[in-house]
Write a protein that binds this ligand. Structure first.
Ligand SMILES: Cc1cc2nc3c(=O)[nH]c(=O)nc-3n(C[C@H](O)[C@H](O)[C@H](O)COP(=O)(O)OP(=O)(O)OC[C@H]3O[C@@H](n4cnc5c(N)ncnc54)[C@H](O)[C@@H]3O)c2cc1C
Length: 518
């Protein structure tokens, strides 16, 4: 006999935690399947020495800004978790496989999308648009921000809508200087306080899970309902449909601690929160959505940066670290710019001055470091694709993803523009640039989205405006795979808000019994 639950959520990371919270609070009995282990707080706070792990992380360790001896246990072992790419087009797929997923490593920056991202064709004629508009999701952004306690300042900018903020973290003197410089030189640009949750450094130094992790926020709330069961080391391998192929009936998973044996769970709803590429792998392996554009339109973000020192501020005390809601950012200003530039869409620039920048940056304590980093939109292209080949499998016999993705000339030109702009700010402030990072390799922004996109037409999308699979409406895809455009904003807040919205729909407007026996 298979176990029975009202809903099975696949993936216990940043979005899976929200699905678990929303559904259990609505009264559903939820099973959360997580491929990785349930690490204790002590392992999060201080990484155990895992002999040989670093040598098995040839992809993870390329994420210089966050991968270190103290965090490496949160990143996957690349040898045991294979995927393929064309040799000439690498994609650096950065993953966390444990309860909490990458919520244990994320920097916590949260910026809302606006209708410039949901309805881009209205502004530059280039589609597709999302089937939802900003006002459809605004209330769910409110809910997520309130629960997570997002810092930010009220600015009334149409391209970066204000949220439900608690007080912003103050600028340093150096950041204040950049704000004055930028706003006096360019009337269309603003330096605003970073938006996001507060991260503590070093990771997890207290005796409770910090609130930026799923364990310290959403999962804790879901557990309090008494209706959540978490099953770790359980890799969902496929979804089985009813005989007519209209409804998901069971989720089949592999128990990694029991020699890779399979088990089945019966359910009324399946919510896929396994992260963009894993969710698409599961859909492909389940042959759901195959007739559509499933796997196509993979996107990451364009990233380039400059860093160095600000001689005029040498000797000033450094305040806090780089991660989280510190410093400022310049919201995209290219959306209203009709001058021909050889690219469409735009980017944000993160501004951090006079803060400790982490072990990988090259400065002495008496110097005043700065770091400017651009995060820009990547356009959806049909040829950027995730696929599976039944002949190439992981250790459990599950076909692995093949990722074939490249930047286009639009992204390259956008990166050139962003680097020029950041260099102009540095020149204007008398800053000395020591390191310049041109266009990043794909994957390294860790903002992968697309491949099971939303839409108004089943021919050109995988899920509808409520994240329901067109073909199998009791399967919901709510992580980044449902994204239609990548925007210039860090994506996780939008993934979370979409997850809450879809689960709110399940919990409040659908009666689970409607699906029984269908
Ligand atoms: C260093 C770093 C900094 C970042 N900073 C930011 C930031 O500031 N702002 C921002 O917006 N984003 C940031 N991100 C990205 C952010 O972490 C991700 O967008 C977010 O975690 C995605 O949420 P998710 O739930 O889709 O996936 P994850 O959080 O990765 O969780 C997915 C979970 O699903 C599990 N899983 C996968 N497949 C299966 C399966 N078949 N069966 C069972 N379980 C499965 C995985 O093991 C994992 O635990 C950052 C990422 C990193 C690594």
């Amino acid at each position: 006999m298979a176990d029975q639950y009202d809903a099975v959520v696949v993936g216990a990371g940043a979005t899976g935690g929200w699905a678990a919270k929303q559904l259990t609070e609505a009264g559903l009995r939820v099973l959360l399947l997580e491929a990785g282990s349930d690490i204790p707080l002590s392992e999060f706070a201080s990484a155990p020495a895992m002999p040989g792990l670093a040598s098995r992380q040839h992809i993870q360790r390329t994420l210089r800004r966050s991968y270190s001896a103290t965090t490496r246990n949160l990143f996957v072992d690349d040898v045991s978790n294979p995927y393929t790419t064309p040799p000439e087009r690498p994609f650096f797929w950065i993953r966390g496989q444990q309860v909490g997923g990458r919520s244990l490593m994320w920097n916590g920056m949260t910026i809302r999308f606006s209708d410039y991202e949901f309805k881009p064709s209205r502004f530059d004629g280039y589609g597709p648009d999302w089937p939802i508009k900003y006002s459809d999701i605004a209330g769910y952004y409110d809910l997520v921000e309130t629960f997570l306690r997002v810092h930010g300042s009220y600015e009334n900018l149409p391209q970066a809508p204000d949220g439900r903020f608690i007080t912003p973290i103050p600028f340093t003197e150096g950041e204040e200087c950049v704000k004055q410089l930028v706003e006096s030189r360019w009337s269309d640009r603003r330096v605003v306080a970073a938006r996001g949750v507060r991260r503590i450094q070093p990771l997890g130094s207290g005796d409770e899970w910090p609130s930026f992790t799923a364990q310290g926020s959403t999962l804790e709330a879901a557990r309090r309902t008494g209706r959540l069961t978490v099953r770790a080391n359980a890799l969902a391998s496929r979804i089985e449909l009813d005989p007519r192929g209209h409804r998901a009936r069971r989720v089949i998973a592999i128990d990694k601690m029991a020699g890779g044996s399979e088990f089945a769970v019966e359910t009324k709803f399946v919510i896929l929160c396994a992260s963009t590429i894993e969710t698409t792998r599961l859909l492909l392996n389940s042959e759901i959505g195959n007739g559509s554009v499933l796997g196509r339109f993979l996107m990451d973000h364009v990233n380039c940066y400059i860093s160095g020192v600000a001689p005029a501020l040498a000797g000033k005390p450094l305040q806090g670290g780089l991660a989280g809601s510190v410093g400022g950012f310049i919201p995209n200003f290219r959306h209203g710019d009709s001058r021909p530039r050889g690219f469409i869409r735009g980017y944000q620039v993160k501004i951090v001055v006079q803060r400790a920048l982490g072990e990988s940056r090259n400065f002495r304590m008496e110097e005043c470091p700065f770091f400017f980093s651009a995060c820009g939109e990547m356009l959806p292209r049909e040829y950027n694709r995730v696929s599976v080949d039944a002949r190439t499998q992981d250790a459990y016999g599950v076909p692995i993803p093949h990722i074939d993705c490249k930047m286009s000339a639009n992204e390259e030109r956008l990166a050139v523009d962003a680097l020029e702009f950041m260099s102009e700010i540095a020149d204007g402030g008398g800053f000395v640039v020591r390191e310049e990072g041109p266009l990043n390799a794909l994957g390294l922004m860790v903002h992968e989205v697309g491949t099971a996109r939303m839409g108004a037409d089943p021919e050109t999308s995988v899920v509808n405006h409520l994240n329901q699979c067109w073909e199998v409406p009791n399967v919901f895809v709510t992580d980044g795979s449902c994204f239609v455009t990548s925007g210039w904003q860090n994506p996780t807040l939008t993934m979370m808000a979409l997850t809450v919205r879809a689960c709110d729909f399940i919990g409040r407007r659908l009666k689970p019994d409607d699906w029984l026996g269908a």
